[in-house]
Write a protein that binds this ligand. Structure first.
Ligand code: HCA
Ligand code: CU
Length: 379
C-alpha cells in the first residue's frame, strides 16, 4: 500500500476559521507538536500579517523533520515575503474556475494562465520547491484544469493541489477529477494533494477517494478548523489512514487528544463532545447491551483502543444500563453482585429521567482489572 502523506494546515487554513487565531509562540508550539506527531508538511501563510511572517521564520529555523510550506497568493511580492522568511517550500494558489477568474481576479482565462505561469517560473527561478493550487478545481472547466496542470508539470512543480474549495463533490466525482489529472501528468515530476472542504460533511470521504485515484497527500487541520466548516480533521484522517487504509504507520496517534486539547485551550473553545476520536463521547458506552459486550471485550464497540489515540473509555450508567450495567456498577463499588441485586439496581436506573446519568472515568490498570472481574462474575 502506497503511503498517503499528511499536510497539516492548522496554522493557515485553521486560522481562517472564525475565532481561531494563535500567538507567535502558540504557532511554534503547534508546529513542534505536529512535527513530533509525524505529519509530512506543515503549512503557514507568512503573508497575512507581520506576526505570521515572524512565526514562519522562527518555525523554519527549528529544523523540524516536516517541510514547512509557505502559502501565498500567485503574486511575486507574496513569494518574496516567503523567501525573506527563509522558505524552501512555497505553495501558491490561484482561483482558476470561471467564477473565481471573473469575480475575484477580474481578468480573462488567458491572463489568469499567464499570471500563474509567470509566478511558477519565478518560484522555480529561485530554486524553491513548489506546489501550485488550482483553487476551485472542482468547478473548473476540465479542459482548462488539465491545460494548467500540464503546464505546471512541464515546469517541474513538485506538487499540484486539487482542492474542492466549496465542498461540492461526492467521493466518486472527486475520484474521477483526480484520476483525470493523474492520467495527464508525468508522475515522476509532480505529485498530487487533495484539499477538500466540509460544507456537507463529505470532506474526508472525498479526500480519501482522491487518494484512491492517485493523490498521495491529504490536507488536514487539528479538529478540522478552516474557512466556514473547514476541512478533514487531523485525528479522523490519521486514524482512517492507519487503521482503515493501512497506508501510514509512523504517526504518534496517542498525541491526537493532546493536539486537540492544546488548540481548544488556545482558542477557548471546547472540543465538541461528539467529535470522532478526540471528543468526550468518542469512547462513551451507554446502552446495556453495549456495556455487556464491552465488559468482555471492548473491541466489540471500539475500532481502536482509547489510549492508542490519547482518549479515555467512559462508562455511562443511565436509564439504558440494564442488569449487566448494574452488575458492573455494583462490582466497581466493591459489592458482591447477585443477580437479584443487579436487577433491582437496573430497575432503579430505569427510573432515572433522561439525562440523569452517572459517568465513570477509569484509570487504565484499574479498568482492566475491573473489566476482568465483572466479566468473570457475569459469565
Ligand atoms: C484559500 C483556498 C484554499 C487553498 C487550498 C490549497 C482552497 O482559502 O486560500 O492551497 O490547497 O480551499 O481552495 O484553501
Ligand atoms: Cu481551503
Amino acid at each position: 500500500q502506497k503511503k498517503i502523506r499528511i499536510l497539516d494546515s492548522t496554522l493557515r487554513e485553521g486560522e481562517q476559521h472564525p475565532g481561531v487565531a494563535f500567538t507567535i509562540k502558540q504557532r511554534i508550539q503547534i508546529a513542534w507538536m505536529l512535527d513530533s506527531f509525524g505529519v509530512d508538511q506543515i503549512e503557514i501563510s507568512p503573508v497575512v500579517s507581520p506576526d505570521h511572517a515572524e512565526a514562519t521564520k522562527t518555525i523554519i529555523k527549528q529544523g523540524l523533520r516536516a517541510d514547512i510550506v509557505a502559502h501565498t497568493r500567485a503574486i511575486k511580492s507574496d513569494v518574496d515575503v516567503a523567501i525573506d522568511c527563509g522558505a524552501t517550500w512555497v505553495a501558491t494558489y490561484m482561483g482558476i474556475s470561471d467564477i473565481h477568474i471573473s469575480a475575484k481576479l477580474k481578468i480573462t482565462r488567458e491572463e489568469a494562465k499567464a499570471r500563474a505561469l509567470e509566478v511558477a517560473d519565478y518560484i522555480k527561478a529561485h530554486g524553491l520547491k513548489a506546489r501550485f493550487t488550482m483553487e476551485d478545481a472542482s468547478r473548473t472547466d476540465p479542459t482548462f484544469l488539465i491545460e494548467m496542470c500540464k503546464e505546471m508539470n512541464r515546469r517541474g512543480i513538485e506538487r499540484i493541489s486539487i482542492p474542492d474549495t466549496v465542498g461540492i463533490m461526492r467521493p466518486r466525482g472527486m475520484y474521477n477529477l483526480v484520476k483525470m489529472v493523474y492520467n495527464n501528468i508525468d508522475k515522476s515530476k509532480t505529485s498530487l494533494d487533495v484539499h477538500c472542504h466540509n460544507d456537507v460533511g463529505l470532506a474526508l470521504a472525498n479526500a480519501l477517494a482522491g487518494c484512491e485515484a492517485g493523490a498521495d497527500q491529504i490536507h488536514t487541520t487539528i479538529d478540522g478548523f478552516g474557512e466556514r466548516t473547514g476541512i478533514p480533521s487531523l485525528a479522523e484522517t490519521a486514524v482512517a489512514l492507519t487503521l482503515i487504509y493501512k497506508s501510514n504507520n509512523d504517526l504518534r496517534l496517542h498525541m491526537l487528544k493532546d493536539l486537540s486539547k492544546t488548540i481548544s485551550d488556545y482558542i477557548s473553545l471546547p472540543i465538541p463532545e461528539s467529535k470522532p476520536i478526540v471528543g468526550d463521547s468518542a469512547y462513551k458506552h451507554k446502552a446495556g447491551t453495549h456495556l455487556a459486550a464491552i465488559l468482555r471485550n471492548p473491541a466489540a464497540y471500539e475500532i481502536i483502543e482509547p489510549k492508542t489515540v490519547g482518549n479515555r473509555r467512559k462508562i455511562v450508567f443511565g436509564e439504558l444500563a440494564g442488569k449487566n450495567g448494574a452488575a458492573y456498577l455494583l462490582s466497581l463499588l466493591g459489592l458482591e453482585t447477585s443477580k437479584h441485586e443487579a436487577e433491582a439496581l437496573a430497575r432503579g436506573l430505569k427510573e432515572l429521567r433522561m439525562g440523569d446519568i452517572l459517568e465513570l472515568y477509569l484509570d487504565d490498570r484499574l479498568e482492566r482489572k475491573i473489566l476482568n472481574d465483572a466479566a468473570v462474575k457475569l459469565s
